[in-house]
Design a protein around this ligand. Structure first.
Ligand SMILES: Cc1ncc(CO)c(N)n1
Length: 239
């Protein structure tokens, strides 16, 4: 990152700078018509069930990605900052989430064992798999990790705001990602990502490596947002 960008980032962190820069796609991912339909109570239940089955498959893949991020945190930082605890806490949450998906699927009559990943889901999972490689920098991986969690947090918290018409039977789903604890967790991930991005930016100024890492983190962040939009689109489609 150049001097000016860094100066600006100093005010709210690198991530907020990027979110301002890529605002349209960020809004696209966090205020998608699928989410707006939950929020105004017009959601189509076949879409919801489709999302549920597909997201279960995604989350199982995401667990493996989370494990790869944990390994990177353990390897690359001295962990005096406690990064591994934050990630481990996230993984514990994913463990609960998988149990919750099974319970929810049986409630809605979705047969998880018969659910096949749709195209957008396959593409997103392949993207995650590419980021599990040891070659991928911890800074890039944690930025991606934060973005994936943050999109759901922002999206579902939006459905829980006052004066929304989120159907009572979907409140619990929205609570899962929209609750304050999940918000805190996302904030912790964001702080870790910002710290590492800041460091990459300092390394760049000192003439050390860093430029590649920053560029790649920004590119992959945008890709996450694009994949999230596609994932919502897939869920909304009745095919
Ligand atoms: C597609 C998708 N993105 C993000 C999350 C959550 O964090 C999820 N469960 N599924």
């Amino acid at each position: 990152m150049e001097g000016k960008a860094k100066e600006e980032a100093g005010k709210g962190g690198v991530i907020d700078t990027w979110l301002r820069k890529h605002r349209l796609i960020y809004i696209g991912a966090t205020r998608h018509p699928f989410i707006l339909a939950i929020r105004d109570g017009t959601v189509n239940y076949s879409s919801f069930k489709k999302w549920l089955g597909q997201d279960y498959i995604f989350v199982r893949e995401f667990v493996a990605f989370a494990a790869s991020v944990l390994v990177k945190a353990w390897k690359e930082s001295d962990d005096s900052k406690g990064d591994t605890e934050v990630i481990l806490g996230g993984m514990a949450g994913l463990h609960d989430e998988i149990a919750w998906f099974k319970k929810e699927a049986s409630k809605w009559g979705v047969e998880l064992s018969e659910t096949v990943p749709q195209k957008a889901n396959q593409v997103y999972c392949r993207f995650l798999e590419s980021l599990m490689s040891p070659e991928v920098d911890y800074t890039v991986a944690i930025t991606v990790f934060w973005a994936i969690e943050a999109v759901y947090q922002e999206s579902f918290a939006h459905c829980l705001e006052p004066d929304t018409n989120t159907p009572p039977e979907l409140q619990e789903v929205c609570q899962r990602w929209g609750n304050d604890g999940f918000g805190q967790y996302c904030h912790s991930l964001k702080k870790i990502a910002n710290r590492l991005l800041e460091k990459a930016s300092d390394d760049l100024i000192m003439g050390k490596a860093g430029d590649d890492v920053l560029k790649k983190a920004e590119v992959e962040l945008i890709r996450v947002l694009e994949h999230e939009v596609e994932f919502w689109n897939m869920s909304r489609g009745t095919a």
